[in-house]
Design a binder for this molecule. Structure first.
Ligand code: PMP
Length: 404
């Protein structure tokens, strides 16, 4: 019997279905979208995939060199620790200082993560009790919701205001959450953040007594203007908050599953305590390569190797925005990230995305995947090459029928 033989999938009478907590969570949106594209591709249709934000540019050479060197070091393939290798935690602390002028203690205020998603989603389970609530921005990265629901927690959505550069109004936050997520540069809107918005978030967390989880996964992907801030640059932030970073986007290594959390020592301690029950740390050769990546920074500005990557993303983003606007579409101009957020008129984002997939073979993410306030939007990911962007614009422009 081969793996693909349907007889290999046997009925298991002892399987009683998934847990109630898992059943309560809506399916993760991107898996379904990719399946739709697959189905069309199997019919021989050409599909341009602009749904997933999966960085496509190769990692910087020094990181690959470090990986190659470290992989044959004695003892390197042993278990690491849930908190992360000391050398990487020290490099993270140095980077936080070089990049943001922020001092963190590598022993107590830093944790290495198996991708920032791992830490972001572990946090509610580490901090809150059943029945408590988690505040999640609408629109926002879908993983926050799944994380809360899997722990039997209530989700309170709070609106990001399109008229205020998609920033929150904390006075409208319902209930008394134990934890709130905030993310800038923002997925899906592409908006960057002013420090004043972070100050308001810290004030809200302090006065209302919640932990603030600031998702800074796109801190290095900004298009002009000042470098993106850190939450920890805001006075008092360390008392209420932690910040999450990702190697995936900055260095183009999403498959390495490497990120980190920095900030409040009690929260970092809780996260590491939970992680130690579940994982045994990231692969040490990858952590060594990550050290080399962080060491490329000599100041707050991006080093050349990162600057080149961001310049490419910016070219793509500018071209897509310009092309969509030329077609009469309404686009929210991004200040950074890997996304372009398009407002659609006259129908829902889901209908638009479905139509564009069926008629033009272009896979987009409906804005509703990020919350009800995204219902009239679609999200484009710019992790596709310029020729693919040109092709998508041409198809949209000339009413191309899929399969042509
Ligand atoms: N935060 C945001 C806002 C994201 O968009 C993503 C990935 N798309 C992540 C976190 C997770 O990134 P990773 O786990 O690869 O570090």
């Amino acid at each position: 019997m081969t793996i693909s033989d349907p007889r290999s999938v046997v009925a298991t009478p002892s399987f009683r279905g998934v847990s109630a907590d898992l059943a309560s969570v809506p399916p993760y949106p991107f898996a379904g979208l990719e399946a739709q594209a697959e189905a069309l591709a199997r019919q021989g249709r050409s599909v341009l995939r602009f749904a997933l934000g999966d960085p496509d540019l190769p990692p910087p050479t020094p990181m690959l060199d470090a990986l190659r060197e470290s992989v044959s070091s004695p003892g390197i393939h042993a278990y690491s620790t849930s908190r992360g290798e000391p050398s990487l935690r020290e490099a993270i602390a140095s980077w936080m200082h070089t990049r943001f002028g922020v001092t963190v203690d590598p022993e107590h205020e830093v944790a290495v993560l198996l991708g920032s998603k791992e830490g972001l989603t572990a946090l509610p389970r580490a901090l809150l009790n059943r029945g408590e609530s988690v505040a999640v921005p609408d629109p926002g990265y879908p993983a926050y919701i799944g994380a809360a629901m899997l722990s039997g927690l209530r989700v309170e959505r709070f609106a990001l205001d399109p008229a205020a550069a998609w920033s929150p109004d904390w006075s409208a936050l319902p209930g008394r959450p134990g934890l709130a997520y905030l993310n800038y540069p923002n997925n899906p809107t592409g908006q960057t953040v002013e420090r004043a918005v972070l100050r308001e978030a810290v004030d809200a967390a302090r006065s209302r007594g919640f932990t603030l989880a600031f998702d800074n996964a796109y801190s290095e992907i900004t298009f002009g203007g000042a470098p993106a801030p850190s939450l920890l640059q805001i006075p008092g932030a360390r008392e209420v908050g932690v910040e999450f970073h990702s190697f995936s986007k900055t260095f183009g290594v999403p498959g390495w599953r490497l990120g980190f959390a920095v900030g409040n020592a009690d929260v970092i301690g809780a996260l590491v305590r939970l992680k130690s029950q579940i994982d045994s740390g990231a692969a040490t050769p990858l952590q060594r390569a990550a050290v080399r990546g962080l060491q490329m920074y000599r100041g707050p500005m991006r080093p050349a190797a990162i600057e080149e990557r961001v310049a490419e993303y910016r070219r793509r983003s500018d071209r897509l925005v310009q092309g969509l606007e030329a077609l009469g579409e309404q686009v929210v101009r991004p200040g950074g990230t890997l996304y372009v957020w398009q407002r659609v008129g006259g129908r829902s984002g889901a209908q638009y995305a479905d139509d564009v997939l069926q008629r033009h073979g272009i896979l987009l993410t409906p804005g509703s995947a990020f919350g009800s306030r995204g219902a009239n939007y679609v999200r484009w990911s710019i992790t596709r090459t310029e020729p693919e962007i040109e092709l998508a614009l041409t198809r949209l422009g000339n009413g191309h029928a899929v399969g042509n």
